[in-house]
Ligand binder design. Structure first.
Ligand SMILES: [Zn+2]
Length: 197
């Protein structure tokens, strides 16, 4: 790192400090030539390509700002949002790419938000996935119900049945969510019905 004052090439690190969330390291450096001190900030590069074609650095604050509206009036704390933003960053960084599209950020938000609060998830998904009809909401709700049934391990018969049926009729695009839950619902139902009759 060149000295910004005299341009000497080899400066000495006198102090390193990691930010609280570990995403950046701040270093204090001193130039052995002119003796002046300066700071550098080191972070793993991750930029977001927006729909407009512009790029900007990935920002957890922007993730939180994008989700906050959907969480209005919901029991979601600032800590919850901070954790969600961290999970989103981890997901996006896990791709290994130095640049991601804004859409990918939106997709990475959906799953942790669903676990956090289903109403907030529906609100966010309706905007992000551009829901255009009641059927879009019904599909999303059906998927939530199917997942709930899977999670609790209870084959909540009526709910699971209608949920999987809606899912079959409605699943059209690639954005209709994880299909695993619906298949599991079907399998459970088949097993449950077979010995009963
Ligand atoms: Zn210098």
């Amino acid at each position: 790192m060149n000295c910004p004052f005299c341009r000497r090439a080899d400066t000495r690190v006198v102090d390193s400090r990691t930010a609280d969330d570990g995403s950046v390291i701040r270093r204090r450096r001193q130039c052995p030539e002119c003796g002046r001190r300066f700071s550098t900030v080191e972070s793993a590069s991750l930029s977001v390509l927006k729909r407009s074609g512009a790029t900007e650095p990935f920002s957890r604050d922007k993730v939180i700002a994008g989700v906050r509206k959907a969480c209005q009036g919901r029991p979601v704390s600032g800590d919850d949002l901070a954790l969600l933003a961290q999970q989103v960053e981890e997901t996006v960084r896990a791709t290994g790419a130095a640049q991601v599209e804004a859409d990918e950020i939106g997709r990475a938000i959906l799953e942790p938000l669903r676990r956090l609060d289903e109403i907030a998830y529906l609100r966010f998904a309706s905007v992000y996935s551009a829901f255009t009809s009641l059927e879009d909401f019904e599909e999303a709700i059906a998927r939530l119900r199917a997942d709930q049934a899977d999670r609790t391990g209870v084959a909540a018969f009526g709910v699971t049945d209608s949920a999987t049926e809606n899912e079959r009729e409605g699943s059209t695009g690639p954005d209709t969510g994880p299909p695993g839950s619906a298949r599991l619902g079907d399998a459970e139902r088949a097993e449950d019905e077979a010995p009963a009759h």
